[in-house]
Design a protein around this ligand. Structure first.
Ligand code: AMP
Ligand code: MG
Length: 327
């Protein structure tokens, strides 16, 4: 049985107790709900992969309550410190060299010599991380390949019975996963667009290398650099069609800005074409259209175009993966 409790002081204390005992606890962050486990425990980390059905080659992000804490497990160079000062706590994950004395289990980092770390900007995550006083490995709290959760109910929809507890802190604010930046070489490489726009990062550290957008990049296999970045991901059950200007009779429409006339089932990401609003509503919109669309016998989700700048980079990345051929 998975219990859902409010993210108040008592709930956070219970979650911390469970995490220290090696159990799995889902908790809100500013990006999406995370599925947390003690990153120093082999059994707890293995339980994350089992509960999610996540392939072992896909490394986990370790969460900390401060940059200094993260510095216990990875080498924080000048560039990393500068980024941490600007963006932590916040939706930026840094891939850095692992310290030889790192407390993190190899399994959490998929056996790589690097480790992905971040300090989340959510009062509940920070209170929980302080109370646990351990690094917490936390991927998104969904079954592998499915749409990420932005509410406690989304977590239960996918993981009920598979985890001990979900802390309910209401809907998450950013709604998209963190931006992942590889700092192990020069220049820095954007591994995943996310909640911190690339332009904001480049304003601090100069030019960042960006990979080709999904679909142009290749063969659907994960790259060596970021082993977990599978092309098909974030996938609802209904197929997704991109760059829609109108919806067919058998399609549900994911709208950005005024919906074309004649569309039946519509989920509006942002009527005023605000990228932040659209990002926060994206995963919920995909879930709603998937469930409602299937109930109505529709065959597909048609997604309108979102501009390729700011948070639009991350929104388009998730939509392309949702639309990619399923593995
Ligand atoms: P998730 O926790 O589901 O949001 O996914 C974490 C993302 O970070 C995945 O795409 C991983 O491939 C990426 N990641 C985690 N650790 C590393 C690492 N050491 N090197 C490169 N990418 C990583
Ligand atoms: Mg995920």
């Amino acid at each position: 049985m998975t219990r859902q409790v409010a993210a108040d002081d008592a709930g956070i204390a219970e979650a911390a107790r469970l995490l220290r005992a090696g159990a799995l606890v889902a908790f809100p962050t500013e990006t999406v709900y995370g599925l947390g486990a003690d990153a120093t425990s082999e059994a707890a980390v293995e339980a994350i992969f089992r509960a999610k059905g996540r392939p072992h080659f896909n490394p986990l992000i370790c969460h900390y309550c401060s940059a200094d804490e993260a510095g216990e497990d990875v080498v924080l160079g000048g560039l990393a410190r500068r980024l941490a000062e600007h963006f932590w706590p916040g939706p930026l994950t840094l891939v850095l060299a692992r310290r030889p004395a790192s407390r993190i289990r190899q399994l959490a980092g998929a056996g790589l010599s690097t480790l992905a770390v971040r300090v989340p900007a959510h009062p509940v995550s920070l209170a929980l991380l302080r109370a646990v006083a351990l690094p917490i490995a936390a991927p998104s709290a969904n079954r592998s390949g499915q749409v990420s959760p932005t509410t406690a109910q989304h977590v239960l929809d996918g993981l009920s019975g598979r985890i001990a507890l979900v802390l309910d802190g209401g809907p998450t604010e950013v709604g998209l996963e963190s931006t992942v930046l590889d700092l192990t070489g020069e220049p820095a490489v954007l591994l995943r667009p996310g909640g911190v726009p690339l332009e904001a990062i480049e304003a601090v550290i100069g030019s960042v290398r960006r990979p080709l957008p999904i679909g142009l990049a290749g063969n659907g296999r994960p790259t060596l650099q970021s082993p977990g970045l599978l092309v098909s991901h974030y996938a609802p059950e209904l197929p997704v069609r991109l760059d829609a200007r109108m919806a067919g009779a058998d399609e549900a429409l994911l709208a950005f800005g005024p919906a074309p006339p004649g569309a039946g089932l519509v989920f509006q990401l942002s009527g005023r074409r605000d990228l932040g609003e659209a990002a926060s509503r994206l995963f919920g919109g995909l879930r709603t259209l998937d469930a409602e669309g299937r109930r109505l016998g529709l065959r597909r989700i048609a997604a309108m175009t979102v501009p390729e700048h700011g948070l639009g980079l991350a929104i388009n990345d998730r939509l392309r993966r949702a639309a990619a051929p399923r593995g």
